[in-house]
Design a protein around this ligand. Structure first.
Ligand code: IPD
Length: 285
C-alpha cells in the first residue's frame, strides 16, 4: 500500500499531537510514588502502572476517534484490525521502570504502519513518533522524508554516526524481565564488553534506537523486544541512515534487534552471534 505525502503529513500531525497529550498526562497527573497502582505482568520485575493504562486509554481514544478505520496494537492490550490499511502500534510508556523510579529516560512511542509480509511483525512503519517529555524531545520520521528531533533548540534533522570500528563503538542494550533470559543476556553482554568502547543500558528500547538515529550512540541490540517497543524508532533510525534488522538478513524481531550504521551493523551481528546472543534460555527461573 502506498501512502500519499498528504496522508503522511496528517498521520505525523496526529501522532505528534497524541504523543504530546499522553506525555502531558504522564507528567502532570502522575500520582504520589506510593500510589502508582503498580501491577506485575510476565515476572515480578515486569511492571505496569495505572499511568500506563491511562496513557493507553487516552491514545486509543484519540487515534480511533479521528481515524476509526485504522487498526490498533497497544502494549497494554488494546487491539483492532485495520480497515483503512493503516495500523497504529503504540507503547503508552516505553521505559516503565524508569518512569516508576523518576529516571527521565522514558517515552511515548507511536508508529503508523502498513501491512508488509517482509517487514518486522508483518508491519512496515510509515510514520514514527517517540516523545520523551522529561528530556524535552520529540523524535519523528515519515517514510522517505528523513528523521528529526524537536527540542528547545528547535527542529533538527538527525543522522546516525559514521563510526566504522566496533572497538570504538558505544553500544546500548536492554535486558528482558525474565531471570532465565537475563542469564543469556548477561553472558552476551560480558562477551561483547571487551570488544567495544563501552555498553549502556538506558532503559527504553524506543529511545535507545532513537539515540542511534541521532548519533548519540553508535549501536543498539536487544533480545526480547516487541513491535510496540521498536516500530516507531526503527523507522526513525532508518530515515537517519541506519540499518535496523535481525540476524542473517531477517527483519528485527523478538529474537534479536540490532541498529547501527551499514558498516558497523555486520560487525555487531558477527560479534553478537559469536557471543552466543541467540542461545536459548535454559529452563530455569
Ligand atoms: C521495555 C524497555 C526496556 C527494554 C525492554 C522493554 P516497557 O519496555 O524498552 O528498555 O529493555 O525489553 O520491554 O516494558 O518499559 O514498555
Amino acid at each position: 500500500m502506498t501512502v500519499s505525502a498528504a496522508e503522511l503529513e496528517a498521520l505525523t500531525e496526529l501522532a505528534v499531537r497524541a504523543a504530546r497529550a499522553a506525555g502531558e498526562l504522564l507528567v502532570h497527573e502522575r500520582p504520589a510514588d506510593g500510589d502508582l497502582g503498580v501491577e506485575t505482568k510476565t515476572s515480578a520485575t515486569d511492571v505496569v502502572t495505572e499511568m500506563d493504562q491511562r496513557s493507553e486509554r487516552l491514545l486509543h481514544a484519540m487515534l480511533t476517534a479521528e481515524r476509526p478505520g485504522d487498526g490498533y496494537l497497544g502494549e497494554e492490550g488494546a487491539i483492532a484490525d485495520s480497515v483503512s490499511g493503516i495500523t497504529w502500534v503504540v507503547d503508552p510508556i516505553d521505559g516503565t521502570v524508569n518512569y516508576l523510579y523518576r529516571l527521565p529516560v522514558w517515552a511515548v512511542s507511536i508508529a503508523a504502519c502498513v501491512a508488509d509480509e517482509s517487514a518486522a511483525d508483518g508491519l512496515r512503519g510509515v510514520v514514527g513518533v517517540v516523545h520523551a517529555p522529561m528530556l524535552g524531545e520529540t523524535f519523528w520520521a515519515a517514510a522517505g522524508q528523513g528523521a528529526y528531533v524537536r527540542s528547545v533548540a528547535g527542529d533538527t534533522r538527525v543522522h546516525g554516526r559514521h563510526e566504522t570500528r566496533l572497538a570504538h563503538a558505544l553500544v546500548t542494550t536492554g535486558f528482558g524481565y525474565e531471570a532465565r533470559s537475563r542469564v543469556v543476556q548477561g553472558a552476551t553482554a560480558a562477551a561483547l564488553l571487551p570488544q567495544v568502547r563501552d555498553l549502556r543500558r538506558p532503559g527504553s528500547a524506543a529511545l535507545d534506537i532513537c539515540f542511534v538515529a541521532a548519533g548519540r550512540v553508535d549501536a543498539y541490540y536487544e533480545r526480547g523486544t516487541h513491535a510496540w517497543d521498536r516500530a516507531a524508532a526503527a523507522l526513525i533510525a532508518r530515515e537517519a541512515g541506519m540499518v535496523v534488522g535481525g540476524p542473517h538478513g531477517q527483519p528485527e524481531s523478538y529474537t534479536l534487534t540490532m541498529a547501527a550504521n551499514p558498516v558497523l551493523f555486520p560487525q555487531l551481528e558477527h560479534a553478537l552471534l559469536a557471543a552466543g546472543a541467540l542461545t536459548p534460555p535454559a529452563d530455569q527461573t
